[in-house]
Ligand binder design. Sequence first.
Ligand code: APR
Length: 229
Amino acid sequence: MKKKLVVLSGAGMSAESGIATFRDSGGLWDRYPVEQVATPEGFAADPELVLGFYNMRRRELLSASPNEGHKILAAMEKDFDVHIITQNIDNLHEQAGSSRVLHLHGELMKARSTGDEALVYELDPAKCDILPGDLCEKGFQLRPHIVWFGEPVPMMPEAERITRQADIFVIIGTSMNVYPAAGLLDDVRKSVPVYLIDPKDVNTRRYDIHHLRMGASEGVKELQRLLTY
Ligand code: APR
């Protein structure tokens, strides 16, 4: 039976695809006040600003492609039962061919009703902006299908279940600042090897982590070498 390789990815996973991270210098939260663009209160105060922010993110995604890191993770399904838990709202893991991707913080290419959270719609890349006045079938304004700060993270129980079953756990390109996602590390069984792929130090609180201090593409290649040969 294949070993279960569970990956927790963050913004650094997509950095080499040209998508800005949040907390590096020049990152998104340097340029846009997080309270204004990524909270329910910000959306209530200025829906146009928030919709515009995510429309911009969506256009950026449409001109990006998966990098070598995404591609190698997809190829590793040949040898491992790979499960990706991502904090990213882009779909670059899926574009690279990964078949089990769980999005903790929502998905950029989906819209959701503000009146009925069960109504979620795939956006057409050809006309993917969500505009004020765009309504769901029940007549409520559409919003990005994103988990904003202060909102519940509905995929957490599933992410915890997958993490508890990991035989190998890999953290890629996340500063581990945002909870509950960062708390998943506590669900990894003690005997399970943990790898970290990040050019910088990350607060992981575990002393036995194999830190591959490199970018995502190079790091995933090295991980594949270490685990496969
Ligand atoms: N390869 C790998 N890691 C990289 C690269 C790279 N090329 N470039 C930067 N990094 C690392 C940084 O060193 C940092 O540790 O990626 C991490 C990015 O951290 P953050 O910007 O904090 O992003 P993330 O941890 O994904 O943020 C978590 O916060 O803003 C919210 O909802 C948003 O999902 C996001 C969550």
